[in-house]
Design a protein around this ligand. Structure first.
Ligand code: SF4
Length: 429
């Protein structure tokens, strides 16, 4: 397992709580638009971040004709359209449905599936997780009961390299190595470890998507029993742990309980911008946002996979024939030594009423080093996982950099220092 970054322990369970909420989640979707200060917002779930060429053209067209011309990438590899005009919902839905981006109107917000984006491309990890993601999505959309999952419930499918296993999934599948210390594709057998709420099971690879679905069902049963309105597994009280073993048994899935070595759920390094194996390129979106032109610049491609690090894997593209240079010319981040690699920001002003600053305008990369996230308020929406530099706007027009007050004009120097300081002194969440 590769793990260059310090491990991120799974979030501590919040056990023994009384009822935590009395309402359904208000997560935006493609059909349930959110009202923001810069207009309506639509969030499109893209299992494994996958977009076909046609879907890319549709998204770019929707952003230009209905929104503000940009596409935001989320920390789950989903896409958001902002600045949508009032009353455009039906037209947007028709566009998305036509492109196959709305396979089930009743399930559009529960298709939260993150998968190792480089799986099958660079010879590392188990290539089958991309197929697992598609099968799990089909299973989710086919079952009426899964529509009861919250829009925040997350499935994570890691190909064994550890790049996404630590992203805090409610149900996590990790492809299993065949006893080799290598993580090459050839060393993987077709089996998986299933992690749910501090328990782990080994299941056959062919059963992995169905096992994830069964685990989600066990969560819903536990949430009903708990009656506390839990949206996520960690919100269940200890006495209402999901009966995953029973759910697997009822689904006819052979499963072997194994010690839940949560140390395996570490956060490994994300791909580096540039060539990714022999047939793909990886680019990052500056501050996590693409213009419609930048999105179209990813074509031609066999497919594109948006990543939880606000990037895009372009499958079927190589660095030859000037393709990388072409992407660079559109302002995309194509080199691992770009100081903008790892720099993210929340929406901030003017899109978010809660923001104390236009953080996207104020964001400075500092020097290349730890990831850095700029937030307009203490909610820190969309912050990265693992170890990162925390920059938060304050009411007096200044910022806190890892908790230290810094005038806006001194941000470049302060961020440089924080990004290049050893992780032990920086923020880990
Ligand atoms: S972190 Fe605060 S300012 Fe930024 S998007 Fe979230 S709520 Fe808005």
């Amino acid at each position: 397992m590769l793990a260059a970054m310090p491990p991120t322990p799974p979030s501590a369970p919040e056990r023994g709580e009384a009822r935590i909420r009395d309402r359904g989640d208000a997560c935006p979707g493609a059909l349930r638009l959110h009202t923001a200060d810069d207009g309506r917002l639509a969030r499109l779930r893209l299992p494994a971040g996958r977009l076909t060429a046609r879907q890319i053209e549709t998204l770019a067209h929707a952003a230009e004709s209905l929104g503000d011309g940009r596409i935001s990438l989320t920390s789950r590899g989903n896409a958001e359209l902002r600045g949508l005009a009032e009353g455009c919902g039906a037209e947007l839905a028709a566009l998305l449905a036509e492109a196959g981006l709305l396979p089930s109107p009743t399930h559009e917000r529960v298709r939260n599936i993150v998968a190792s984006p480089a799986a099958g491309l660079d010879g590392l990890g188990g290539p089958e997780v991309q197929l697992w993601a598609r099968e799990l999505d089909e299973l989710l959309c086919a079952e009426p009961w899964t529509a009861a999952l919250s829009g925040r419930f997350l499935f994570v499918l890691d190909d064994g390299r550890g790049d996404v296993a630590g992203l805090g999934g409610d149900v996590t599948l990790v492809a299993v190595e065949r006893g080799s210390s290598s993580v090459s594709s050839a060393s993987f057998s077709s089996s998986a470890l299933l992690y749910v709420g501090g328990r782990a099971f080994r299941v056959g690879g062919a059963d992995a998507p169905r096992a994830a679905l069964a685990a989600a069902g066990a969560f819903l049963d536990a949430a009903r029993e708990a009656g506390n309105g839990a949206w996520r597994v960690r919100e269940l009280p200890a006495e209402c742990a999901p009966d995953v073993a029973g759910a697997l048994d009822r689904a006819g899935i052979a499963a072997e309980p194994v010690p839940a070595a949560e140390s395996l759920l570490v956060l490994g390094p994300p791909p580096a911008p540039g060539p990714l194996g022999p047939t793909a390129l990886y680019v990052l979106a500056p501050l996590g946002r693409l213009t419609a032109a930048q999105l179209r610049a990813l074509l031609p491609a066999e497919e594109v996979r948006l990543t939880p690090w606000r990037g895009a894997v372009v499958v079927g593209a190589t660095a030859e024939a000037g393709r990388l240079a072409g992407l660079t010319s559109y302002g995309l981040i194509t080199r691992p030594d770009s100081p903008w690699a790892g720099v993210t920001a929340c929406t901030g002003l003017p899109g978010c009423a809660k923001s104390l600053a236009d953080v996207r305008a104020d964001a400075h990369p500092g020097a290349l080093g730890l990831p850095v996230h700029y937030s307009g308020c203490e909610r820190r929406c969309g912050h990265p996982h693992g170890t990162w530099v925390d920059v938060v706007a304050t009411a007096d027009g200044a910022y806190l950099v890892d908790g230290a007050p810094i005038p806006r004009t001194a941000l470049p120097e302060a961020v440089t220092t924080a990004r290049t300081t050893t992780p032990a002194t920086t923020t880990t969440r």
